[in-house]
Ligand binder design. Structure first.
Ligand SMILES: CCCCCCCC/C=C\C/C=C/C(=O)SCCNC(=O)CCNC(=O)[C@H](O)C(C)(C)COP(=O)(O)OP(=O)(O)OC[C@H]1O[C@@H](n2cnc3c(N)ncnc32)[C@H](O)[C@@H]1OP(=O)(O)O
Ligand SMILES: Cc1cc2nc3c(=O)[nH]c(=O)nc-3n(C[C@H](O)[C@H](O)[C@H](O)COP(=O)(O)OP(=O)(O)OC[C@H]3O[C@@H](n4cnc5c(N)ncnc54)[C@H](O)[C@@H]3O)c2cc1C
Length: 670
């Protein structure tokens, strides 16, 4: 036991940079580090937030435990008079999916984004004080991605000045909203607005669904939980629900009227705000999900990295720091490094692109407030594309981390199965990842077509202004070290992205209609969108390195991680880089050489690099990822805690094992 604990301490002593400074870089600022660190410790030390028993709870127990924790969170927020920032850190570190995620993450943002000032004044205080609990009811049984295809209706009744909310078909049942099944009292419901016999498409409405007195559904409302979901814990602590309306009436002023409104006379009036703002809550949450992706991936990487340094298999016996003969740490196998280190680099890359996206979103909101809608299309494309790219990579990465831990990774106590089950639906919710990439490709094709009209591309598409150069330029790499030059890397990624996009744009012209072209070429369009989004991540990582980064050796580590992130992408997408002529086969081989050399350079720093995430053992929830590396005794201890080990002889022995054994014995004797 001691040896293993010493072993991680030895790993930490090899770090060539200041972990404390890196913690600040990871957190985003000294202030963010201090607040998050304080709240993380507060949660970890409070037995009310215990979560190590989750895997053995039944669905009902899990749900109730999540309700208890959500109520306790609210109590602690008030008792400690936490600021909004501290409260959101508290919810984050409690790490238990419950209605509060949707209430704060979607219901409140939907009201802020789509309600008029007057409506906000009425509803936000109620929501902010938890006098009502809200959900976001958009998806239906029959339609999720195709929002324009939603079937729920909101028909204006001029006589009573009300909307009648109705579910005309089974497929129009709302299906999936979190917190809806058993908890929410109110919902932002997306329904087709019909007035004067005309259908004006999907709009948002604020609808009360349960009584605030006895919690029973209101007349005309049928509501319940949609059932168990993937994995044992994960999303099963939350009540994703179904909801059907039978001519439920709401006052006219409960239509969210920032984008358009219906007058007392039933006239539909559009404001000067673009219709797309109705989808504003999705832009907001997608931006948060990118940050979530870096957190989920970094948790998994932290577990797999620490465990890989503890775990030993094969190899000629080495001498450890105490002169004892030991086997090889699995982290020293080059295959382990080539699977794990790019994931570590991706966690950092996603962290920085998430930081930038948060800035982009804040900038968008400021512009919208000044009635400047010019950056909305780019914000939509960036949030959609990066949500897609980072969640797909993080979900795959978590799965890889579990395999990197061998058999023990499959144990619930590793924390990895639940982390995977909780994160993988992020590839679907807030927009299916392929559907979102198609939105990006639509934006790219539009930008390319506008180049011909002389419109200057801006922001993340600014590189397209250099289309003539990027279409024909040749990569200048001659030796492996040349791949360490950021401008060389950037140009290779820009060339690959624009060449894929231009090829799509040219191919689209060969079809009878754009619609037919988009449909036929959609796999290529998705690849072009991925290349563009990867370019954004690469360029934001490089930009981060151009900032003033303090701390002994911190910048050097980030440079190595950035090189690994970029060179590994080249390695994985070699087909794209070669087929577009962005690099040559010889340069690809030099990139692989450089990648291998970067792994060696990173090796002694990896434990410190995952320590910089500053995750408590409570938050990690993993025996394999423990800070002290004391894995084996704790695995053994955890095994004893399983309910099956409550008794020496299991329940069922007398009914099913003993009679069977007896029968077989008797048969043998006969
Ligand atoms: C505390 C924080 C907690 C965070 C929460 C974490 C955990 C919670 C867990 C789960 C919550 C999950 C919630 C949900 O899933 S809610 C439901 C989400 N649903 C979707 O995301 C549906 C995806 N589909 C769509 O977004 C759209 O239908 C579409 C964009 C794919 C297609 O729509 P359609 O109107 O048919 O679009 P067009 O392609 O014709 O586009 C029209 C036009 O509008 C632009 N555009 C589209 N979307 C947006 C947008 N969001 N913002 C701005 N602009 C948008 C599009 O680009 C077109 O523009 P044009 O080319 O210039 O015409
Ligand atoms: C855990 C979880 C929580 C959720 N929470 C909420 C919530 O709180 N509120 C809410 O309203 N919704 C919620 N949802 C629903 C979620 O937003 C939808 O599931 C999501 O938008 C995807 O839509 P879909 O299920 O209709 O998938 P579909 O669109 O049916 O996708 C099925 C397949 O078709 C493909 N596909 C669909 N359209 C196209 C196209 N145009 N081109 C190419 N391929 C296409 C997709 O790529 C996918 O492979 C949640 C979902 C999950 C899993």
């Amino acid at each position: 036991m001691e040896r293993i604990m010493d072993h991680l301490a030895h790993e930490r002593s090899k770090a060539q940079f200041s972990v404390e400074e890196m913690k600040i870089i990871w957190a985003g600022s000294l202030h963010a580090f201090q607040v998050s660190d304080r709240i993380a410790r507060l949660v970890a030390s409070d037995p009310g937030f215990r979560k190590d028993n989750r895997a053995v709870l039944s669905r009902k127990e899990l749900f109730k435990s999540a309700l208890r924790k959500a109520a306790y969170v609210w109590k602690r927020i008030n008792e400690l008079a936490l600021s909004e920032e501290e409260a959101s850190w508290l919810r984050f570190y409690v790490d238990e999916l419950a209605y509060a995620y949707i209430h704060w993450g979607m219901f409140v943002p939907a009201i802020k984004g789509s309600a008029t000032e007057e409506q906000q004044q009425k509803w936000l205080p109620l929501a902010n004080n938890m006098q009502i609990i809200g959900t976001y009811a958009q998806t239906e049984l029959g339609h999720g991605s195709n929002v324009r295809g939603l079937e729920t209706t909101a028909t204006f009744d001029q006589e009573t000045d009300e909307f009648i909310i109705h579910s005309p078909t089974l497929t129009s049942s709302k299906w999936w909203p979190g917190g809806l099944g058993k908890v929410a009292t109110h919902a932002v419901v997306y329904a087709r607005l019909i007035t004067d016999g005309q259908d004006y498409g999907v709009h948002g409405f604020l609808v009360q669904i349960r009584s605030l007195d006895d919690h029973f559904p209101l007349p005309g409302v049928t509501v319940g939980d949609i059932g168990m979901k993937f994995g044992s814990g994960a999303f099963n602590s939350i009540d994703n629900g179904f909801l059907r309306f039978n001519h439920v009436r709401i006052p006219r002023n409960q239509m969210l009227m920032k984008v358009s409104r219906v007058t007392r006379q039933g006239k539909y009036v559009e404001s000067n705000v673009p219709k797309q703002l109705l989808y504003g809550a999705m832009v907001y949450v997608r931006q948060i999900i990118v940050a979530d992706a870096s957190i989920a991936l970094s948790r998994a990487v932290c577990i797999a990295t620490r465990y890989s340094a503890v775990r030993r298999q094969f190899g000629p016996p080495h001498e450890d720091e105490n002169g004892k003969g030991v086997e090889t740490q699995v982290i020293d196998y080059k295959t382990q490094q080539s699977r794990l280190f790019p994931l570590l680099a991706s966690a950092y890359a996603f962290r920085f692109v998430g930081e930038w996206l948060k800035w982009l979103y804040t900038d968008l909101i400021q512009k919208l407030e000044a009635n400047d809608f010019s950056t909305l299309p780019e914000a939509h494309a960036c949030t959609a594309g990066l949500k897609s790219l980072t969640t797909s990579a993080a979900a795959d990465g978590i799965k890889e981390c579990w395999k990197l831990c061998g058999g023990h990774g499959y144990l619930s106590s590793s924390g990895l199965p639940e982390l995977y089950a909780a994160f993988v639906p992020a590839c679907t919710y807030e927009g299916d990842n392929i559907v979102l990439l198609l939105q990006v490709s639509r934006f790219l094709m539009k930008t390319i077509s506008q180049l011909q009209t002389g419109k200057k591309p801006i922001g993340t598409t600014a590189y397209m202004a250099h289309v003539e150069h990027l279409i024909q330029c040749r990569c200048t790499v001659q030796k492996a070290e040349d791949w360490l030059n950021p401008s060389v890397i950037l140009e290779a990624f820009e060339a690959r992205a624009i060449r894929l996009s231009v090829a799509c744009a040219e191919n689209l012209t060969k079809f009878a209609t754009p619609l037919q072209g988009f449909s036929e070429l959609s796999p290529d369009l998705v690849e072009a969108a991925v290349a563009h989004c990867q370019l954004i991540v690469v360029s934001k990582f490089i930009e981060k390195l151009q900032q003033n980064i303090e701390g002994n050796g911190v910048k050097q580590q980030l440079e190595t991680l950035c090189n690994i992130y970029c060179l590994n992408l080249i390695h994985k997408h070699l087909g794209d880089f070669l087929s577009t002529g962005s690099i040559s086969p010889k340069q690809a081989s030099l990139a692989s050489d450089q990648l291998r050399s970067r792994y060696s350079k990173l090796r002694s720093n990896v434990i410190a690099l995952v320590d910089a995430f500053n995750y408590t053992d409570h938050f990690l929830g993993s025996v394999l990822g423990r800070y002290d590396g004391n894995v084996y005794p704790k695995l053994y201890e955890e095994a004893w805690k399983d309910p099956l080990n409550d008794s020496i002889v299991p329940d069922g022995y007398h009914e099913y094992i003993q009679p069977l054994l007896k029968q077989q014995l008797q048969n043998a004797r006969l």
